[in-house]
Design a protein around this ligand. Structure first.
Ligand code: CTP
Length: 423
């Protein structure tokens, strides 16, 4: 966020006091924050609070001649690289959805070409109201990012959806919206995540305990590093990380097909998915009835997506995961070699470890290297793993450049010497 221009719009609601902390957190991350308050917001918090936190005079009116002379509202709309409305009241969301421009903040939203994010905050009934929901859907369809709201106790004593997200959650959600020239700018990263489901009959399947959290954390961290991320995921209950292109699949076969479609042009492939290694040999057309005491399910191997990607002619940088219940390092090393990977991230699973929880630890192995990460949150682990992948990827690119310039040099010398040979 260093040096980024964020226009923080504060509208009328009790959560306006939380916007002061948000302003502070954005500034801590290096952003320049210009606060614009509506008249209703000033009933809850004074502009002085924001002025003290941001070091900038708060803008409140379209008709303030002195402020307009210093930076007119159109200039201010151009200055913004991102507009964040937090809290966004039901009234403001309605005005934004309908393009009204009757006060400074709503005018700025109409006049800016910067992305807009809103953090709704209101009573749970106001949030559930059909008009509010229609307005929110309209905004989403126009590319406005809707951050939250959270669910919980409300200032009015009720319980439900409508709480503004906490400032650190908002900062995390806002970061990817600022177009960053990260190290992976212009590079495509393809990630598989979650479990797969292999059909037994129309109501049953074979699957595993993967929650997809690790893969989603890696996808978010890769997006923050500037990559164009395609995330092919099995069935999980997780929101799509901001700015990530998500492809939902169920079975290994579908995941494989989606990976093959997205693979051309991919710089880095990361297989975090817990893909089923076997599937029922056929999927019964009707529900299987319990007629006998025993039921034998015949299974057959599924394609190994990771190994196939790695064996391809124009292979990307390939990262695999190993989920092991014993002999972690030995099994991971075997997979690194057997699947010809550039890097493998191994983690212990089972007995309440790794699957379906928020914490994890990883052992990273590559040819000639080893590193341990964590234990820490999967979100943090995603960031740390991303840093290592980028380092290894850039190293491989450098090696490839050196090798190709060496080969060209040899070809050149070869040509010279053949010319020098007497006929
Ligand atoms: N993988 C894959 N397609 C499969 C099976 C696994 O892409 N059909 C990938 C996983 O996404 C992971 C890696 O292979 O990156 C390792 O998966 P894991 O199940 O731990 O190992 P396997 O190779 O399947 O071997 P085993 O089950 O015998 O441990």
């Amino acid at each position: 966020m260093q040096g980024k221009h964020i226009l923080l719009g504060v509208t009328g609601g009790i959560a306006a006091y939380k916007a002061a902390d948000l302003a502070r957190r954005l500034i801590e991350r290096g952003a320049q924050v210009q606060v614009v308050m509506t008249a209703a917001a000033r009933k809850f918090v004074t502009p002085t609070t924001f002025q003290a936190l941001t070091g900038r005079a708060v803008r409140t009116s379209l008709w303030d001649a002195a402020a307009e002379a210093a930076m007119g509202h159109i200039e201010l709309a151009r200055w913004a690289e991102l507009v964040v409305i937090a809290p966004a009241s039901a009234d403001f969301i309605a005005r934004l959805a309908h393009g009204l421009a009757e006060d400074l903040l709503s005018t700025l939203c109409v006049a800016t070409s910067a992305p807009i994010a809103v953090a709704p905050a209101m009573n749970q009934l106001m949030w559930r109201n059909a008009a509010t929901q229609t307005n929110v859907e309209l905004l989403r369809s126009r590319g406005v990012q809707v951050l939250g709201p959270g669910i919980g106790g409300q200032a009015c004593g009720e319980y439900g959806a409508g709480r503004m997200l906490e400032s650190l959650e908002l900062v995390d959600a806002i970061a990817p919206l600022l177009s960053v020239a990260g190290p992976l700018k212009g590079r495509r990263v393809l990630i598989t995540a979650g479990p797969t489901r292999e059909c037994i009959d129309p109501v049953r399947f074979v699957s595993n305990r993967s929650s997809g959290k690790m893969g989603f954390a890696v996808a978010q961290a890769m997006q923050e590093a500037g990559a164009d991320v395609v995330l092919v995921t099995g069935p999980v209950c997780l929101p799509t990380p901001m700015g990530v292109q998500r492809v939902d699949v169920e079975s290994c076969e579908q995941m494989y097909a989606a990976v093959q479609r997205a693979l051309p042009g991919t710089a880095i492939f990361i297989g975090t998915a817990a893909v089923a290694d076997y599937r029922p040999i056929s999927c019964a057309e009707q529900k299987i009835k319990k007629r006998n005491d025993k039921l034998n399910l015949e299974l057959t191997r599924t394609p190994d997506i990771l190994a196939q990607v790695s064996a391809g002619a124009r292979r990307p940088f390939v990262v695999g995961f190993a989920a092991e219940t014993e002999a972690l390092e030995q099994h991971a090393r075997e997979k690194l070699l057997a699947k010809n990977l550039d890097l493998i991230a191994a983690n212990e699973v089972g007995h309440t470890k790794a699957f379906d929880c928020d914490q994890n630890a990883l052992l990273l192995l590559w040819r000639g290297g080893r590193m341990e990460l964590g234990p820490t949150s999967k979100r943090e682990l995603g960031r740390q793993l991303t840093r290592v992948i980028i380092e290894r990827y850039e190293q491989r690119e450098r090696d490839a450049r050196v090798a190709s310039s060496g080969a060209q040099g040899e070809a050149h010398t070869g040509a010279e010497s053949s010319r020098a040979q007497p006929r």
